[in-house]
Design a protein around this ligand. Structure first.
Ligand code: T5A
Length: 212
């Protein structure tokens, strides 16, 4: 439970590798929250979600041939964008009692930069320093085998800088997602290799179990 928010607002995050189906899951959860609370949640995406954070999103998504982004700079950009979003959007919304629905949050950095890039000590230190224990009330982690997720993402269009990493990177990332999910009751795993209808059924079942 998120102890940093002295309000009835909740922070729910959808996580998963590329092609896991986050976009349709977000639409589903958004509708559920609206019916449950009578008000649409504030929707965020990471990296991004504020004017400055969106500029940082552009920096991490595009390959810079003459000045490749090094792993440490990539990590710092994700946290700079997150710090802006938490300070200027997420915390103010929760303080007003609004619900917030996030397309990715800190678990992505732990998995991609910590696991995928092998930078866990750096990620843990920045995470602690910037978030100071702030975390989602609930994370739905859509678990998918990287090969299948990337095939789905490729069918949708051209792959970006991160999506073009080697498969071993995504295998490490997925293993880290699963490791964190196994150690934290607020992270629920959904089998995203199923049909969309089955995935959505599982998500609704998890949401209906909540006592909020
Ligand atoms: N990142 C992000 C980090 O490395 N560290 C961080 O801290 C953060 C916050 C962000 C990138 O940055 C990285 C991760 C990412 O590489 P993004 O665009 O926000 O990039 O995120 P992506 O994961 O790239 O978004 P995708 O759109 O690829 O993933 P989705 O949203 O999970 O995929 P979605 O829903 O668009 O689905 C892809 C396709 O699959 C189909 C959909 O119709 C769609 O065509 N699909 C299914 N097909 C069959 N069966 C199902 N069950 C399906 N579900 C979806």
């Amino acid at each position: 439970m998120n102890t940093n928010t002295p309000s009835n607002g909740k922070f729910i995050v959808i996580e998963g590798l590329e092609g896991a189906g986050k976009s349709s899951a977000i639409a589903l959860v958004r509708d559920f929250i609206e019916k449950h609370t009578g008000k649409a949640p504030v929707c965020t995406r990471e990296p991004g979600g504020t004017p400055l954070a969106e500029q940082m999103r552009d920096l991490v998504k595009v390959a810079h041939e003459s000045d490749p982004l090094c792993d440490e700079a990539e990590c710092l950009l994700f946290y700079a964008a997150r710090a802006q979003l938490v300070a200027n959007v997420i915390k103010p919304a929760l303080a007003k009692g609004d619900w917030v629905l996030g397309d990715r949050h800190n678990l992505s950095s732990l998995a991609y930069q910590g696991g995928g890039r092998g930078l866990m000590p750096l990620v843990s230190a920045i995470s602690d320093a910037t978030l100071k224990g702030f975390k989602p009330d609930l994370t739905l982690y859509l678990d998918i085998e990287p090969k299948l997720g990337l095939e789905r993402a490729a069918r949708r269009g051209e792959l970006d800088r991160i999506e073009n990493q080697e498969i071993a990177f995504f295998n490490r990332t997925r293993a880290t997602f699963l490791e964190f999910a196994g150690a934290d009751d607020s992270i629920k795993i959904v089998d995203a290799s199923q049909t969309m209808a089955e995935v959505h059924k599982d998500i609704i079942a998890l949401l209906q179990e909540l006592s909020w």
